[in-house]
Design a protein around this ligand. Sequence first.
Ligand code: C5P
Length: 237
Amino acid sequence: MQENRPVIALDFPEFSDVKDFLEKFDPSEKLYIKLGMELFYTAGPQVVYYVKSLGHSVFLDLKLHDIPNTVESSMRVLARLGVDMVNVHAAGGVEMMVAAKRGLEAGTPTGRQRPKLIAVTQLTSTSEEIMQNDQKIMTSLEESVINYAQKTAQAGLDGVVCSAHEVEKIKAATSKEFICLTPGIRPEGASKGDQKRVMTPKEARTIGSDYIVVGRPITQAKDPVSAYHAIKEEWNQ
Ligand code: C5P
């Protein structure tokens, strides 16, 4: 399932920055917003309620990783916030991921859809060397990513966060329907920032990404609304 809106990563330190950003858009424009740890730890559930009250969709990127019982009860709470997507670390294991899904199901208000649940495989900041030295996973990074994706599918989750470069292999190892949400997207000619392996929205569409996450090329643009529309257009070409 390909989502036609790019997911905008609002990596801002303050609630007021979120308001300032969203006020630039026409109220009829319904966006898909990614809120992360920094903002959630500062502003808490209020920021989620605010974004939802404007009719936008929310991916709450908190990357839960704890014992199954704690993750299950936390997911129950997050489902009640009305978010549309949440995530966990696949390294927490199949049992933890199953518990996460159970928690979400239990917390979803009647008549509403369960938020989508995806898993982080290996963080892109983890190199093969770091993985082998620190985690003592003695395979290639790619094998580890594929293994985590398969465990995620086995646990009944909806998909993974991954590099656009991994989408084809992950879908081949799981299923076509398995969601691949890909950050590290840069429009043609844009600054890469600290992202090393990037893809354009158009390339990401071609290789089968279901959702693209774009932060700074929109949030730091002179005109964020036109930057968003240009990226959306390229993604939907
Ligand atoms: O500003 P930029 O487009 O680089 O933001 C990408 C977003 O996706 C950030 O919120 C970043 O934390 C997140 N992300 C990433 N790479 C991953 C996982 C998440 O860039 N592997």
